[in-house]
Design a protein around this ligand. Sequence first.
Ligand SMILES: Nc1ncnc2c1ncn2[C@@H]1O[C@H](COP(=O)(O)OP(=O)(O)OP(=O)(O)O)[C@@H](O)[C@H]1O
Length: 477
Amino acid sequence: MIKVHNLTGGYTHSPIIQGLDLEIRRGEFFALLGPNGSGKTTLFKLITGQLQKKSGNILLDGKEISTYSKLAKAKKVAVLSQEASVSFDYTVEEIVSLGRYPHQKGILKNLSKEDRKIIEEVMDITKVSAFRKKQFRMISGGEKQRVLLAKALAQEPELLLLDEPTNHLDIKHTFQLLDLLKERQQTMGLTVFAILHDLNVASLYADRFALLHEGSLLEVGDVEMLRKVEQLQKVYQVQVNAQSHPTVPKPQLLMTPNYAKAGEFLNFEGSFEINQDNHSIHIEFKKALRTISNCVLGDGIQWLKHFSHVYEAESRVSFDSKAKLQKWLENNLIPYEQAAGMIVEGNLEEIIILEEIGATQMMVIVTVGTANGDILIDPQSDQPKHTINIMLFIDAHFTDGALVNGSMLATEGKVKALQEHGAKEFPSSNDTLLLGLTQQGEKISTADSQSDIGNAISQLVYRAVQKVLKKQNRQLH
Ligand SMILES: Nc1ncnc2c1ncn2[C@@H]1O[C@H](COP(=O)(O)OP(=O)(O)OP(=O)(O)O)[C@@H](O)[C@H]1O
């Protein structure tokens, strides 16, 4: 739709954009990214014609954009720029109506029925109808942004150019606006070209991206280019980690502030407290640990401080065990958003081992319960199954990959102990496992069975499970 070829342009004494090539394809949502001062607005203004290019071409549907008449261009392209030059006393509705100008006919250029219908529709979807009679200058920055979008949409453009459209908007309105643009893109084929500052928001909405740095494009590509953290770090000068959004298959970036890079180093043994009674074991760490678990509460990969095993003598394993655990934590004034918890059904035996293996301090807590609940009855033997709950705390710094490695090796250790114990069925799918890392010291990216730390994990869990089973002194069927 737009083809930029060998474009050079900028300001009188400084051509900010130099020899730039770019293509915006019909029907796509294109995000222009780059740090402050990289030239985004300059490029934007060269495309919209607010700035004169020095050399090169900007083609709109194959024809040099500067050769279009103002009216012909306005029928194809609408612009939402940073500097909204609406200083006069128009009402919101009048501003939106101005968007219909390119489509109005005759010398008097009155609004037709069709024009009015479209104005109503765009005011409705941008949620500005409620203050249609207000003076434009009397509304908030975010409201102004939505009114100007309504005006741009009233123009019914094929291409919408937006310079930081979410600048003044809160998260609700940011997502509302971008959802609206996405919907128009998908249902009406609208082409969107937007300068966006928030890389995570851009990742969720745009199909293609360009990263501008010092007036040149470093890369043009699809969303996967946002996983190239070295490039982003170089350009934005911030420590960045790329992760995946939990429900949308797109990358999301996590920035690390300088103050958090080197935290206070805590002695492992002095970094937690254990509180234990007949009904629970609770461990509280001074600093949050990086955790991986399949616990009832606090599952997945998280940062957590509180770790609980709660015994439920009479109860059954039920779907509301998470709610039960939350209640227990609440009653004990433990913030459950920072907690991982396991419910241990039936009789309980526990073992806690704290030791230094190699140069690494580790602590394991294993609890075994015998449940009377339906779900835990083995349908073959009609006997209750045992559930084994393991929490392993390690004074080390693991990558997320090493966390996964570690939890596999912990399971291996458990299975070995069960095998030796003569258990016929293992491991139970109701078993829980949590690994918690202090993230102190050198980063470890491999914790497999060949590594010392990997071995230490499976050994320690093996010994702890062995002990707890002996203590329980009961043969698994
Ligand atoms: N009117 C101007 N005259 C001269 N130089 C300018 C003018 N406007 C901007 N510049 C310079 O051009 C460079 C690029 O500015 P531009 O506004 O295009 O950056 P940007 O990527 O949009 O930044 P931001 O993210 O801060 O909006 C900057 O070094 C800026 O100082």
